[in-house]
Design a protein around this ligand. Structure first.
Ligand SMILES: NC(=O)c1ccc[n+]([C@@H]2O[C@H](COP(=O)([O-])OP(=O)(O)OC[C@H]3O[C@@H](n4cnc5c(N)ncnc54)[C@H](O)[C@@H]3O)[C@@H](O)[C@H]2O)c1
Ligand SMILES: O=P(O)(O)OC[C@@H](O)[C@@H](O)[C@H](O)[C@H](O)CO
Length: 490
């Protein structure tokens, strides 16, 4: 049995060794992505230029990552996997841990403390408590209304941030930057809108709103690196490579990109030392990435889930999937984006094809297909409505929605199979509730489309809804390949 990774058992090179004891950053949502992305840029920034940028790692509820992180003296590994080979890096950049659900008051006090200059977050699309129809904070939803009624112990990240900001103002904690690293359109603006609307709905001390406006910034950012979930195979390979057991290694592709708006209220690490790009065109980069990569990713996942492909490369390796994605990219997505200056879309697409074919990484279809009710909102309505307003049917976007419905909310009597069953869908109960009593596939689809998952303009577009229903019917009666062929030939 090998020993556990720790500073006593591992004396090889680490990334970020100079991380100081005083953390200047706090990260909400210590899952895999942050540990293979922002943490790496921060480690490289400190290795090059120093700075008080150690990170407080905050888990939302699960103790799994934080307990192992603290137990391993904050060391963990990143296993980079690509067709070019593999490498493992040991990271040392986190300095404290907290669990938001158990240490809520402590968390808010930590965010309010003057040493913390930046709060980064990967709390998933779900964490923003946004109403899918209005795009506003879901103030009347169960989670936010419970938090507003109990300001001492909010459960949502948005409530926790709002409470912490009030404490920071009261305690003279100084300016703060809140940097969303989630896959959201205008991530900074979205985070700002949710926090602002929360603060407008709660009691705040005199002068607070002026301070908030002047002292708290929310830069937009485009984040990109495919980071799958950790498997036993990840742990086994890291054990072979390091000779010690890391309980929480992170697999990742080689590619990594971070484009950030340089709008930091209280300084920042020299992330450019790790390759981050500071740009005034971040929203254009966000759209490129969210549509071309993430939107296509969802289509690959649903087509894969319905055709027995358990990984993204296995799904993308099928000719019909590749054809649908090519059509989606060139006909439905690219014309919907004002590209950043100097950006070469075909080179980007060629790179995407390569990344989606990474069998060594083996990203799970079920991971990418999870949380669809929230992700499709970023990936479907705007480009679909653009084409519909031009009198054209966005066939592949309709296929994506049909695939999502067939996988996570299948009409009665249709079994989409085990890969679809492994997709996590937070709206599963709501989907079941809205579809109760649907007498036909068409009625089932109409009830979902009008059930509060999409903005009004798309939900009430009869032709689009009808097309989605036809494609679901074909998936059920003839299979996903025929549905894809129908969408391609239309
Ligand atoms: N994994 C990737 O390839 C990747 C790439 C780019 C961006 N992202 C972004 O990062 C997010 C997290 O991805 P990951 O790979 O770290 O996933 P993960 O499953 O490893 O971790 C998810 C994290 O989100 C937190 N979380 C989930 N729901 C939450 C909620 N309602 N409130 C607060 N926190 C919540 C969890 O506590 C956990 O820390 C994604 O949703 C996406 O927006 C991921
Ligand atoms: O992270 P999500 O859940 O928003 O989307 C799933 C994938 O598309 C996503 O994780 C990509 O792997 C990532 O965005 C690549 O940078």
């Amino acid at each position: 049995m090998t020993q556990a990774l720790s500073k006593a058992t591992y004396d090889g090179a680490v990334l970020g060794v100079s991380a100081p004891p005083t953390p200047g950053m706090l990260h909400l949502g210590i899952g895999n992505f942050h540990r293979a992305h922002a943490a790496v840029y921060t480690a490289k920034a400190m290795a090059a230029q120093g700075g008080d940028w150690g990170i407080v790692a905050v888990a939302n509820r699960s103790r799994r990552v934080v307990d192992s992180l603290a137990g391993q003296g904050f060391l963990y590994s990143i296993l980079e996997l690509s067709s070019a080979g593999e490498r493992v890096d040991v990271m040392d950049v986190h300095r404290e841990t907290l669990v938001a659900s158990e240490q809520t008051a402590e968390l808010m006090a930590r965010i309010a403390s003057p040493e913390i200059k930046i709060v980064t977050m990967t709390i998933s699309e779900n964490g923003y408590c946004r109403n899918a129809v209005t795009g506003d904070l879901d103030v009347d939803g169960d989670l936010v209304s419970a938090d507003l009624a109990n300001p001492a112990a909010p459960r949502t990240s948005i409530g926790q941030l709002a409470g912490a900001l009030i404490r920071r103002y009261q305690g003279d904690g100084g300016p703060l930057t809140i940097l969303s690293c989630d896959n959201l359109v205008s991530a900074g603006h979205t985070a700002q809108k949710m926090v602002t609307q929360y603060l407008q709905a709660t009691a705040t001390p005199d002068g607070f709103h002026d301070w908030f406006e002047a002292s708290v910034t929310f830069p937009n950012a485009m984040v990109d690196r495919i980071v799958p979930g950790t498997t036993d195979a990840t742990r086994a390979r890291v054990r072979e490579l390091l000779g010690v057991t890391d309980a929480i290694p992170v697999p990742a592709e080689r590619f990594s990109m971070w484009v950030i708006e340089d709008k930091f209220a209280a300084g920042r690490p020299a992330w450019e030392e790790g390759g981050a790009i500071f740009s005034d065109e971040v929203e254009a980069y966000e759209l490129v990435k969210l549509r071309l990569l993430n939107g296509s990713h969802s289509l690959i996942a649903y087509l894969g889930g319905l055709s027995g492909a358990d990984t993204i490369p296995a799904s993308f390796g099928q000719d019909f999937v590749r054809e649908c994605v090519t059509e989606l990219l060139n006909v439905e997505y690219l014309p919907s984006i004002d590209l950043p200056s100097g950006f070469d879309p075909q080179a980007y697409i060629a790179q995407l094809f390569d990344r989606w074919s990474n069998h060594a990484l083996g990203d799970a279809t079920a991971r990418v297909g999870s949380d669809g009710s929230l992700k499709l909102l970023q990936r479907v309505p705007d480009p679909a409505l653009r084409l519909l307003n031009l009198g054209e049917m966005p066939q592949q976007l309709a296929l994506m929605v049909a695939g999502w419905i067939a996988c996570v909310a299948p009409p009665e009597g249709f079994d989409p199979g085990p890969i679809a069953a492994a997709m996590i869908e937070p709206a599963k109960e709501k989907l079941a509730a809205v579809t109760t009593g649907a007498g036909s596939v068409r009625a089932h689809v109409e009830k979902i489309m009008r059930g509060g998952f999409f903005p009004e303009a798309l939900a009430t577009h009869d032709e689009f809804v009808g097309r989605v229903a036809e494609l679901v019917e074909i998936i059920i009666t003839h299979g996903v390949r025929d549905a894809a062929r129908t969408a391609l030939d239309a």
